[in-house]
Write a protein that binds this ligand. Structure first.
Ligand code: DAT
Ligand code: MG
Length: 151
């Protein structure tokens, strides 16, 4: 499905370390289409919904403190198999196990500061996109110029 969409977020450590541009570049370079983008200070309400599956984990409170420690950059990317491919591009949850060449493998050392979020399933992506974006803030656009990914 070329209209598949996923939610990618640069977490507060990624913003503070000036990694936003390099992360966007990787998704553009791969050929995915940016259809939503904003910077914000995440609220407890949105984060507790976003991480509702982790509520019972011992690291849950520190995770929310980390995620509210500064602004995040939230994006929606579209393209063929974007959910699975972006998980591969982002790398293992624990940067110590992430392959070089992945965002986490190239930019982070510790699971508590792993720079970026990527949805883990198509259904999860749809929920997360609805949670973080209003439909009117997603842009449907067509490409009229030659790009490296045009066939
Ligand atoms: P992912 O972000 O790869 O989808 P996840 O959904 O299992 O991973 O966990 C969400 C975030 O929670 C993860 O990016 C970082 C944090 N986290 C996960 N496991 C952790 C752990 N063992 N210690 C500290 N933070 C952890
Ligand atoms: Mg996850």
């Amino acid at each position: 499905d070329v209209r598949e969409r996923t939610l990618i977020a640069v977490k507060p450590d990624g913003v503070q370390r000036r990694l936003v541009g390099q992360i966007i570049q990787r998704f553009e370079q791969r050929g995915f289409k940016l259809v939503g983008l904003k910077m914000l200070q995440a609220s407890q309400d949105v984060l507790s919904e976003h991480y509702c599956g982790l509520r019972t984990k011992p690291f849950y409170n520190s995770l929310l403190r980390y995620m509210t420690s500064g602004p995040v950059v939230v994006m929606v990317w579209e393209g063929h198999n974007v959910v699975q491919t972006s998980r591969t591009m982002v790398g293992h949850t624990n940067p110590a196990e992430a392959m070089a060449g992945t965002v986490r493998g190239d930019f982070s050392m510790h699971v508590s500061r792993n720079v970026v979020h990527a949805s883990d399933s198509v259904e999860g992506a749809q929920k997360e996109i609805q949670l973080w974006f209003q439909a009117k803030d997603l842009v449907d656009w067509d490409c009229w110029v030659q790009t490296s990914t045009s066939e």
